[in-house]
Design a protein around this ligand. Structure first.
Ligand code: TRP
Length: 338
């Protein structure tokens, strides 16, 4: 997409935690929309590896998962020429700003953060110390996120509902900081990612790792078929008219098939001319046609980790001058350094 007026170029930034292999729900609900936004913005996308480490158990897996997530985004179409794609941990300024933002953040604001509050409430239920198992990393998670955002003069931060409180907090923290030391941080807008209908998993609930009902984005064709066969559908007679939206299968099919095929398949289901099993076969073909090349790119990237390292290092090289400029401004405003 071309941008008609250079002045309209706005900055979009989002972070993704390195948590294993993406599934179709991640792809349709988060990755494709983010890649679409990146076409019309100056775009930064980073792997929030330090956010993953609020639980140090992750230290064993974070490196491998960082490669997997990076390979997934690149395979899905992220063009590192157009999107500044980097590891959070390659931008040390994130942590300089983190400290100063912590000083502008009331502890009471963090007490209200959903993830922390949920842990405290669970502890109270179990009659444990309210802060049992709560590290300072978990407590300060929203401040680190504010730092990711505020370093880069970001206009919009598209996130799902689960992260919107964090972005609100980043705005609040930026305003407090500016009130104290002068107008040095750009206050971003929150853009609630238009939540598409959730993609439903094998059991009919929202597709999610925690329900163990996912179809992995990079599953082999055989694996796709094995999973699709398990996809829950009703047992209506072969020639009974079927509501295409009675389960989540058609939605998945429609996201991958050609528009004309989608129309024909919807009509065939409604007319009782297609079984659920038949829809599963069509879905396999539609998925495999789109995903086979992605799968190949993904495998090739994972077999060439130095290439991923080069891409991420190049992203960090491009991102850092902005971060450094922000920190120069901020350090001057707070009176540290020369
Ligand atoms: N907390 C986000 C998540 O769990 C990831 C994230 C880290 C992020 N820093 C960010 C998202 C900054 C947007 C902006 O999904």
């Amino acid at each position: 997409m071309s941008i008609p007026n250079a002045q309209r170029v706005r900055t979009v930034l989002t972070g993704v935690k390195p948590t294993g292999k993406p599934h179709l729900g991640n792809y349709l609900g988060a990755m494709l929309p983010a890649l679409e936004l990146a076409r019309s913005h100056r775009a930064l996308l980073f792997i929030a590896d330090y956010h993953a480490l609020t639980d140090l158990e992750e230290a064993r897996t974070v490196r491998a998962e960082t490669y997997e997530v990076a390979a997934a985004w690149l395979a899905a179409g992220l063009d590192p020429e157009n999107v500044t794609f980097y590891r959070q941990s390659d931008i040390p300024e994130v942590f300089e700003l983190f400290w100063l933002l912590s000083c502008a953040t009331p502890k009471g604001m963090m007490n209200r953060a959903h993830a922390y509050k949920a842990m405290v409430e669970a502890n109270i239920q179990l009659k444990r110390d309210p802060d049992y198992g709560v590290g300072m990393g978990l407590f300060a998670y929203p401040v680190l996120m504010a730092s990711d955002i505020l370093l880069f003069d970001v206009d919009v931060v598209p996130v799902g509902r689960d992260q919107s409180q964090h972005v609100e907090m980043a705005r609040d923290i930026a305003q407090r900081f500016n009130n104290e030391v002068g107008d040095v941080l750009k206050v971003p807008e929150l853009v609630l990612a238009a939540e598409p209908e959730p993609v439903l998993g094998l059991d009919g609930r929202k597709m999610s790792k925690s329900y163990d009902n996912t179809i992995p984005l990079f599953a082999s064709r055989d694996e796709l078929w094995r999973l699709l066969r398990r996809y829950k559908t009703d047992s209506s007679a072969a020639d009974a008219p079927k509501d295409p939206d009675a389960n989540g299968l058609f939605r998945i099919y429609a996201a991958f098939a050609a528009p004309a095929d989608v129309v024909a398949t919807r009509a065939a289901l409604a007319a009782g001319a297609l079984t659920w099993g038949g829809l599963k076969e069509r879905t396999l073909e539609a998925l495999d046609a789109v995903l086979a090349p992605l799968r190949q790119r993904y495998q090739a990237l994972l077999e060439d980790k130095p290439q991923i390292d080069r891409i991420l290092a190049d992203g960090a090289r491009r991102a850092r001058p902005f971060a450094e400029a922000t920190m120069r401004r901020v350090r001057r405003a707070v009176g540290v350094g020369v």
